[in-house]
Write a new protein. Structure first.
Length: 421
């Protein structure tokens, strides 16, 4: 168990945790910095893009002109074109590092990340003291859950990471996952000091505290944030999530409603409110909340699944329930909860072959899914496949032993709700 200073979060529980938000914003800030640096090195003329392209017709082998055109295209967010000209500059002069730097960056934003990383890795060898490649390599390692490598690279990025409120939660989370929560705590505190009016800063710190089972501290952080940003739907939602996980459903519902009032187009407050209503057995109210969430975000498969869960006990709602489950799977074939629920309906209505088919698909995607294993074992028994039933139920017992039995399914879903906006 980690030891903290007074009022810092307690020991982190095992299990999944939401990824830290804000990385995309960070990358956009960093790419801007690189453009400006590259433009200065290339002695950018300030000419318009059409004028630069006209010059290029007469000077196609001018690597500096290619660099300027790439910067101009980048400023207009035409990254494909920018990459083309940065690459041309590199072909004309392989040791022209500003173009290589910008090429690596725009490739990242074009989601050609393997190419981008190769460029940054080469740049690190040529520019070992340049913090920008270290930053990107650290973020890439974090995305792959290679937290030790992320820490190494982000520390070498220096102030570009350590003094940047967008990068700090990434490094903090990497520290935490490497078993250094005290370092993480210091960075979250620093992030709030740097950006006292940032809802993201308070939400990230609160999520960290809650993950360490210190919800009281998390709530103090959120209340501090709401004192600075009282109209933040994100902070009200985060507050509701933590109150709900702490069992304070009445206060959680108030927070969810305040989040929804502050951002009427956001689906997560309604989704969160419905989960609490569902857990309390208020099925009609829950269904209404989930329908509202679907209206706001019709492509959220979780909302469709949860609507089906709310309709499960309503004899008049069975057709809508099945349609909701099928919609959830149409949107996300990996939603094993929806697939297991659909299989349960098939089994209850004597469509055993269809039930087995859905359960086998669920287990293929999630071999340790206890609910799917249990239902499949029973279905095999009903089909007379006793050996398969025995093997499957044995796997169910193993999976059950690994389950966090103190958590209901709804609590697990609540924990995975992202609070980003």
């Amino acid at each position: 168990m980690a030891t903290f200073l007074t009022d810092s979060p307690g020991s982190r529980e095992n299990g999944a945790r939401n990824p830290t938000s804000g990385i995309l914003t960070l990358w956009r800030a960093m790419i801007t910095a690189l453009w400006l640096s590259a433009a200065a090195v290339a002695q950018q003329s300030g000419a318009s893009l059409p004028a630069l392209l006209q010059r290029y017709q007469a000077q196609p082998n001018d690597y500096r002109l290619c660099q300027e055109i790439g910067v101009a295209y980048t400023r207009t967010e035409q990254l494909d074109k920018a990459a083309e000209f940065f690459r041309q500059a590199v072909r004309l002069k392989p040791d022209f590092l500003p173009a290589r730097k910008n090429l690596a960056t725009v490739l990242w934003f074009l989601n050609r990340k393997q190419e981008s990383e190769r460029e940054f890795q080469a740049l690190v060898k040529l520019l070992p003291n340049d913090p920008a490649p270290r930053l990107y390599l650290g973020l890439a390692a974090y995305e792959r859950a290679q937290y030790a490598e992320a820490v190494t690279q982000l520390e070498k990025a220096g102030a570009l990471a350590m003094e940047n409120p967008e990068a700090l939660p990434v490094l903090a989370d990497a520290y935490d996952r490497q078993g250094a929560p005290e370092k993480a705590h210091k960075l979250y505190t620093k992030m709030i000091a740097l950006t006292p009016d940032s809802a993201d800063a308070y939400a990230s710190f609160a999520a960290f505290a809650s993950a360490h089972r210190n919800n009281a501290f998390a709530l103090r952080v959120l209340d501090q944030g709401l004192g600075r940003v009282p109209d933040s739907a994100k902070l009200w939602l985060e507050r509701g999530l933590i109150l709900a996980l702490d069992g304070n459903q009445e206060q959680a519902e108030l927070s969810f409603r305040k989040a929804g009032e502050r951002d009427p187009l956001w689906s997560l407050p309604s989704l969160s409110l419905g989960i609490g209503q569902l857990e309390r057995g208020q099925f009609a109210d829950a269904a209404a909340s989930f329908r509202q969430a679907i209206e706001r975000e019709p492509k959220d498969d979780r909302a469709w699944y949860l609507l089906a869960a709310a309709l499960k006990r309503d004899p008049k709602g069975q057709d809508e329930m099945v349609a909701a489950l099928r919609k959830a799977l149409e949107l996300n074939a990996g939603n094993t909860r929806a697939r297991v629920a659909l299989a349960e309906y098939y089994s209850a209505t004597d469509r055993l072959a269809a039930a087995v088919s859905e359960l086998e698909k669920a287990i293929a995607r999630d071999p340790g899914n206890a609910a799917a294993l249990y239902q499949l074992g029973l279905a095999y028994q009903r089909q007379g496949k006793l050996d398969k039933a025995r093997e499957t139920l044995q796997e169910f017992q193993k999976a059950k032993a690994r389950m966090r039995e103190e958590e209901t399914e709804l609590v697990q879903i609540l924990k995975t709700l992202p609070s980003t906006r």
